[in-house]
Design a protein around this ligand. Structure first.
Ligand SMILES: [Zn+2]
Length: 140
């Protein structure tokens, strides 16, 4: 089993990819994890072709929530809304269950998170915000 605080996770938490200011009221979506006190606001920047140019997010949270956001930002660049939704569903299905295989890269740091059940919400925070942002983009 991997310790969830392994090096890859800490590297992302220390230098989160894509983190930036998303002032309140300018976000596409936000999500809260009351149990841990994690809070994220996300903004999706799209290319003219409809792919994700970048995921910008402002986060105040623990190392797990920050690392999850950083990994998502890196993984999702260039993806379409459908691909992002599919990745979110696949992530949620693996987290704390089947786990992440080789192709998931740094996400493998979350293997073993089932031993820290409270942390599941931390790892899912960015994905919850992403799903809300995509739903909003699709319209009511
Ligand atoms: Zn947390």
């Amino acid at each position: 089993m991997n310790d969830i605080y392994q090096a890859a996770l800490l590297a992302h938490a220390k230098n989160p990819h894509g983190a930036g200011a998303v002032p309140r009221g300018t976000e596409d979506a936000e999500a809260l994890n009351a149990g841990c006190g994690d809070e994220i606001r996300v903004k999706l920047v799209w290319t003219p072709e409809g792919g994700l140019e970048r995921l910008v997010y402002e986060i105040h949270g623990c190392a797990v929530s920050v690392a999850a956001a950083s990994m998502a930002a890196r993984r999702l660049e260039g993806k379409t809304p459908d691909e992002i939704a599919a990745t979110a569903a696949a992530f949620a299905a693996r987290l704390g269950q089947a786990g992440f295989e080789e192709e998931w890269g740094d996400f493998r740091a979350f293997n073993g998170i089932e031993n820290y059940p409270a942390r599941l919400h931390c790892a899912l925070l960015v994905w919850q915000a992403l799903e809300k942002a995509l739903a909003k983009r699709a319209g009511p």
